[in-house]
Design a protein around this ligand. Structure first.
Ligand SMILES: NC(=O)c1ccc[n+]([C@@H]2O[C@H](COP(=O)([O-])OP(=O)(O)OC[C@H]3O[C@@H](n4cnc5c(N)ncnc54)[C@H](O)[C@@H]3O)[C@@H](O)[C@H]2O)c1
Length: 353
């Protein structure tokens, strides 16, 4: 398929290809929008089956970043990068230096960070060639691991949902089922336990569930049981497409609030949740804490500044839930409207000035 055919009808500001035969670098940067600010998004290093698959992924992910940043109220646009190949075979420092030069050539329209398949040490190598990198370690002046920030954002989302459904932000005594107690799920479990929440967890990794049982007194259930757990909130913190035709039928909760990206397997799943009377907190709104933490590096990072910015997820989600009720649309649609309205307002301002 031709490149423009693959890109299809979605509008992206620009798409850039970086190639370096000496290091094996084959990278694509998609800049979806810089209306709100420079396009921010991580670098995914993945052995895609072919170039088309990589292009489709980077286009989709960069668009998602525009919506995530806009819904979070950040002055950042949306972009994403992919490097094609197996990071364990190809991920040399030479490759990341070459990649850094490529990113530098985009002159700050795109700012990168780590993502699936890349690490903070990789990004530190990239940073030797370009200033347009974020999410470096605290020791090198960055914001460190974004996972605690992401978990904090999920807690803000849970409080907003609790206030909307039960008239209180207080989560004490609630029962929350977490699928996936990895970096975010664990940090979330720690924060919720401190607030007196009763936890039920499931994970394919037995060590992760043992730790959650030991540290939080969490009840452990099998992975194929977690959707059925009778609870106040179900929190998907593992992989995407967790909410689908089958799993939604099994849910026994009042709301879904979790960190996983792309939780809905297909757009119709938002309506399936509504039809079952389950309040869905759109993933790209409640899992924005990590990107907000990274954006907080602009102008000098501090944890206090980052936390303050992350806690705004409470107000953002409250606005979305209120609009969803008022307009009779799904929460997903209401979240998209909010993001689009912020982008359009910035566009108008840009045209007027
Ligand atoms: N880390 C962040 O700051 C961040 C930011 C935004 C979104 N997210 C999203 O949140 C989710 C979790 O991210 P993470 O950084 O904690 O990843 P992670 O890899 O540290 O944790 C994921 C956990 O899910 C478990 N898991 C995987 N497949 C499973 C399955 N089928 N059933 C049950 N458990 C399963 C893994 O064993 C692991 O413990 C991902 O979808 C990620 O894209 C993470």
């Amino acid at each position: 398929m031709g490149v423009f055919e693959t890109i299809g009808t979605e509008t992206h500001e620009s798409v850039h290809f970086g190639v370096d035969a000496a290091t094996g670098l084959e990278a694509i940067v998609a800049i979806h929008s810089t209306v709100l600010g420079p396009a921010l998004g991580g670098t995914r290093f993945y052995p895609y089956t072919d170039d088309d698959a990589a292009l489709v992924d980077v286009l989709r992910l960069s668009q998602g970043m525009t919506y995530k940043a806009a819904a979070a109220g950040l002055t950042q646009g949306g972009g994403k990068a992919v490097i094609i190949g197996d990071p364990t075979e190809l991920g040399s420092d030479d490759l990341f230096r070459s990649y850094g030069k490529f990113i530098d050539g985009l002159a700050g329209r795109y700012i990168t960070a780590e993502d699936v398949g890349t690490t903070v040490p990789n990004m530190e190598v990239v940073a030797t060639m370009t200033p347009f990198v974020r999410g470096l370690s605290i020791e090198t002046g960055g914001s460190g691991d974004p996972s605690p920030g992401t978990a904090r954002g999920v807690v803000a989302g849970l409080s907003a949902v609790s206030n909307h459904l039960w008239g209180t932000r207080d989560l004490h005594g609630r029962r929350i089922a977490i699928k996936g107690v990895g970096k975010v799920g664990y940090a979330l479990g720690r924060m919720l336990t401190a607030q007196g929440v009763e936890l039920v967890v499931a994970d394919v990794n037995e060590i992760a569930t043992d730790v959650a049982e030991h540290d939080f007194g969490a009840k452990v259930v099998a992975v194929d049981e977690i959707h059925k757990v009778d609870c106040d909130v179900y929190s998907p913190c593992a992989l995407g497409s967790d909410l689908n035709r089958d799993s939604i039928q099994r849910l026994a909760c009042s709301a879904v609030v979790g960190s996983a990206n792309n939780q809905l397997a297909e757009p119709a799943d938002a309506d399936r949740l509504t039809a079952r009377g389950i309040l869905y907190a759109p993933d790209f709104v409640v899992n924005a804490g990590g990107i907000i933490n990274i954006a907080a590096e602009t102008g000098g990072y501090s944890i206090e500044k980052s936390n303050m910015m992350i806690d705004r997820i409470y107000d953002n989600l409250t606005e979305i839930l209120t609009r969803s009720d008022a307009l009779g649309i799904s929460t997903e649609e209401a979240a998209e409207h909010l993001a689009e309205a912020r982008i359009k307002a910035a566009q108008r301002q840009g045209e007027e000035s």
